[in-house]
Design a protein around this ligand. Structure first.
Ligand SMILES: [Mn+2]
Length: 405
């Protein structure tokens, strides 16, 4: 049996006020072609299907069109879990309808743990695969906040709750070992022994490591994770993996290769895991240096003409003295080039002092980023307090987006 593991699509993402529709379309078409060519039978999407709780209609259209396009392929089943970016109610709304197309959705935890056990059957109605599909676990799913609890106590209780949840799912899956069929888990969390992309680490300062690699119950033959955008194994364990995002979601992710995993089982034996690289449709390029160096690089990018879509560039100009109108100078210089400058920052070096000035529009930041910048400004709060405060802000955002969604 061949399974394709992907995650972190973030459909509907706004990237410095631009949308990613063409890149997402390219990546989804490629996934569909891969499913057809490699005769994939089961598709797992481990959360963060959408970038926001109330995604724009074009993002929903991409999603539904993709799911519908799998009809008539080898792919018999799709299993989707909710991530921290997804609104559970939005994801769950078409649950019954999608069930008819063999698309199984676990948007959020319910009162019954059994709802997370998905048993897939072949054409003859014989059980062929079991999945413990654990959606992103929110505070309210595993614990109630305790007044006066410190940030670290709260984190410890979160961690315990998550480990316990997976143990319980493992127990429910255990009886299927007798049937000699693969038993898988899905999760959307931050596992210890995995590394985030440099930018992602910044985006999620409120994020904590939720579970250790060896705390996943042994009953699972493969653990398909989502949340970290870089494809990787957890704690060097071959069968516990993040597939990573399908397109780079920030300039911090441009070094990462983007890929999916094809996981092959013979009966209940894991045979092979293959990492398949997703083509890059648009180059995201980050350049840094003196104004002369920056101009050279811009000329080079224009000559190279890489990718099918126009490259997006962020620039950091290093200088000793302030150069007036540097923004318009660079934009004029490259106005006929095959590239778009998305962001220009300047870095002034004088007397060993470094000053970084960001020319960034408020529109280009998410509310969370604005909040984090505020938290980061001098003297507002201790670093140890930040994680908890940011976490609370995220919860508040979740709550609001669910009301909207
Ligand atoms: Mn996530």
């Amino acid at each position: 049996m061949k399974i394709l593991h992907t995650a972190d699509w973030h459909l509907g993402q706004k990237f410095l006020s631009r949308d990613r529709i063409e890149e997402h379309q390219g990546a989804l078409d490629w996934i569909r072609t891969t499913i057809v060519e490699r005769e994939i039978e089961v598709l797992l999407i481990s959360g963060d299907i959408f970038d926001i709780g109330n995604p724009p209609s074009y993002a929903r259209q991409l999603y539904y069109k993709f799911l519908t396009s799998l009809q008539g392929t080898f792919c018999r089943h799709v299993v989707i879990i909710g991530g921290n970016h997804d609104s559970p109610s939005m994801l769950n709304a078409p649950k019954e309808l999608l069930e008819i197309l063999n698309v199984h959705i676990v948007g959020a935890v319910t009162k019954d743990l059994q709802d997370e056990i998905i048993v897939l059957k072949n054409e003859k109605g014989v059980e062929e695969l079991v999945i413990g599909a654990v959606p992103f676990l929110r505070d309210r799913d595993i614990r109630f906040s305790v007044a006066g609890e410190s940030g670290s106590e709260r984190e410890a209780r979160m961690r315990e709750g998550i480990v316990h949840h997976f143990e319980e799912i493992g127990k429910l899956a255990k009886p299927y070992t007798d049937q000699k069929i693969p038993i898988l888990a899905m999760g959307h969390l931050h596992a210890k022994g995995a590394s985030a992309s440099p930018d992602q680490a910044k985006i999620y300062i409120g994020d904590i490591e939720n579970i250790e690699g060896d705390q996943f119950p042994k009953v699972f033959d493969y653990v398909a994770l989502g949340h970290l955008h870089r494809a990787q194994l957890v704690n060097k364990q071959n069968h516990i993996r993040y597939s990573g995002s399908i397109i780079p979601l920030s300039f911090g992710e441009i070094q990462d290769k983007k890929s999916v995993y094809i996981v092959e089982f013979k009966k209940n034996q894991l045979q092979e895991i293959e990492e398949v690289k997703i083509p890059r449709f648009r180059s995201l390029i980050s350049i840094q240096g003196t104004i002369e160096k920056v101009k050279e690089r811009l000329e080079k990018i224009n000559e190279d003409r890489k990718g099918t879509l126009i490259p997006w560039v962020e620039i950091q100009v290093e200088m000793e003295e302030t150069i007036p109108n540097i923004d318009s100078e660079l934009r004029d210089f490259s106005k006929d080039f095959w590239l778009n400058i998305l962001k220009i920052r300047t870095k002034r070096q004088h007397h060993a002092l470094e000053e970084l000035t960001e020319m960034v529009n408020l529109d280009d930041l998410t509310p969370l980023e604005v909040f984090q910048k505020k938290c980061n400004s001098d003297g507002i709060m201790e670093e140890t307090e930040q994680a908890a405060v940011v976490h609370t802000f995220q919860e508040l955002q979740d709550w609001m987006s669910e009301r909207e969604g």
